[in-house]
Write a protein that binds this ligand. Sequence first.
Ligand SMILES: [Ca+2]
Ligand SMILES: [Ca+2]
Ligand SMILES: [Ca+2]
Ligand SMILES: [Ca+2]
Length: 253
Amino acid sequence: MTRRSLALALALVLPACGDDDSTPGDVVDGADSPDETPAEAETGSDGDADLPDDASAEADGEDDGGGDAPLSPLFGRIVFNEVLIDGLAEGDPNGDGDVDAVEDQFVELVNVDAAPVVLDGCTLVELDLAALPRHTFAEFTLAAGNAVVVFGGGDAPEATATASFFSANAADPGIPFGLHLSAPADDLMLLDASGLLAARFCYGGTDGCPLAAAADESLTRSPERTGDFVPHTTVGADGAAFSPGTRADGTPF
Ligand SMILES: [Ca+2]
Ligand SMILES: [Ca+2]
Ligand SMILES: [Ca+2]
Ligand SMILES: [Ca+2]
């Protein structure tokens, strides 16, 4: 399937903002478990049925110059920079006092452009519950060079000069499962308000994405913003397992 048809398919299945009454009843919390849910097993078995076919290039945040595919105008201006799949990593990633498999998962997105990026209406969508965005940004503009972190839940930290923090659909408790980043495989997309692909992070073999999920630590780009994803402890300050909102060495973006 092409990205054009992907965008069309997503446009057909994505609910309008605030339409949160399609809560699935048959999905279990698999945030820190290798067990596949029925939905994951099904979508995993049919491979590339609903995904773009150049996943590895996009997983690296690189524009592959793929002809007339309707990528978002945001594509290449904002990238996934760090992702914590294992919410039970030692510590308390969102700093709210509770270590929670769902709430402490996070994604860190960085504006790699020289201009602000307007994220109003952008959604985070993952493979298993593609019709139910994990997070929808309300009015939010990410300054050039800054990071925004979305946690699975709980209380998000206060913003700093260079980073902002949200809890996934924190204002909408009707949407369960946080970011629903599954082990060992998943496919997370940032879609713009029109449903077009703005950034992508996939792993575990979904649609050929070779990156392996990490346990007990995040995956982060090295070098920051542009590099390939590596286990965070290999580049983190003093072997730190994650660094939501800062570079792996602990310094601000
Ligand atoms: Ca926590
Ligand atoms: Ca998932
Ligand atoms: Ca763990
Ligand atoms: Ca970081």
